[in-house]
Design a protein around this ligand. Structure first.
Ligand code: MF3
Ligand code: CO
Ligand code: CO
Length: 274
């Protein structure tokens, strides 16, 4: 593990110390990320109307136990579940419960396994039954937003380039980008520097370097971007109750681009998962 402060990035806002990881770390991240991705593949086979998010959460816990991995969210800052399950107008951090999914619900399932100390953090959208057309479009726009963000990652690019790629695409599709939550550095820590904003301007933010590891996890709304957190202290919802969607990958910056640690082994990139 290395920390650095580079004179070249001094003019950039928020310059600080960001961990750079070596090849062995990338291997550890790949194992953790693939475990998370495999669990998310299984979730695709489970989701249907009538299933409860508690049942999803129970699977996430047991799958982790079976593979010597602990869900990072368990007892994280008072959170008591193994996953987050965010339905319809829930933006993120939905708490699994015993309410059955309804026909047409869209749900984000967010899992972070810690395997040998490495954190694999990823989330995808799922549909219970057949989604409405608007929901399907939002999911497509959100997935494409994530992939456009990932597409600009390479040494010398900045975190602002990622945000700009996401924001310009999502807004061109008449959707809005949630500002209140962001992606984050990770690796041996769950939430580390830098913050990865999903909006912004090209050239702003931190300069990306080979060896940086972080998530990109845009939350995109059909309506306004504003959110509020419910009295449970976790559940974030859209203020206008419009639908919200999110996809998340954990990635590492390589010499000529990036490596996605949490890619689906089954090619279950976005719904429908056939
Ligand atoms: N997995 C979430 C993320 O993408 C964090 C969830 S923290 C929790 O960063 F406590 F809400 F579970
Ligand atoms: Co994350
Ligand atoms: Co996550």
């Amino acid at each position: 593990m290395v920390t650095y402060i580079d004179a070249k990035s001094a003019p950039l806002k928020n310059t600080g110390q960001i961990r750079l990881y070596d090849e062995e770390a990338f291997e550890g991240m790949m194992k953790a990320g693939q475990l998370t991705a495999t669990a998310l593949d299984h979730v695709a086979e489970m989701i249907k109307p009538g299933l409860t998010t508690d049942e999803i959460d129970k699977f996430v816990f047991e799958f982790g136990m079976d593979h010597d991995a602990l869900p990072a969210t368990l007892n994280y800052r008072g959170y008591t579940k193994s996953s987050c399950t965010s339905i319809n107008h829930v933006v993120c951090h939905g708490i699994p419960n015993n309410k059955p999914l309804k026909e047409g619900d869209i749900v984000n399932v967010d899992i972070t396994y810690v395997l040998d100390g490495w954190h694999g953090d990823s989330s995808r959208m799922y549909c219970a039954g057949i989604p409405k057309r608007a929901a399907e479009r939002l999911i497509d726009v959100t997935y494409e937003s994530l992939m456009r963000g990932i597409g600009v990652v390479k040494p010398g690019a900045t975190t602002g380039d990622i945000g700009a790629a996401i924001q310009s695409y999502a807004e061109s599709e008449r959707c809005s980008v949630v500002r209140d939550f962001c992606g984050h550095g990770l690796g041996l820590l769950f939430h580390d520097m830098p913050n990865i904003l999903h909006y912004g301007r090209q050239g702003e933010g931190f300069e990306l370097r080979t060896g940086m590891i972080f998530t990109i996890e845009p939350m995109i709304n059909l309506g306004r971007p504003h959110v509020k957190v419910l009295p449970d202290g976790w559940t974030a919802v859209t203020r206008d109750r419009s639908l919200s969607a999110q996809f998340e990958h954990s990635i590492g910056v390589t010499k000529d681009g990036c490596q996605i640690f949490t890619k689906s082994p089954k090619g279950y990139d976005k719904p429908p998962y056939l």
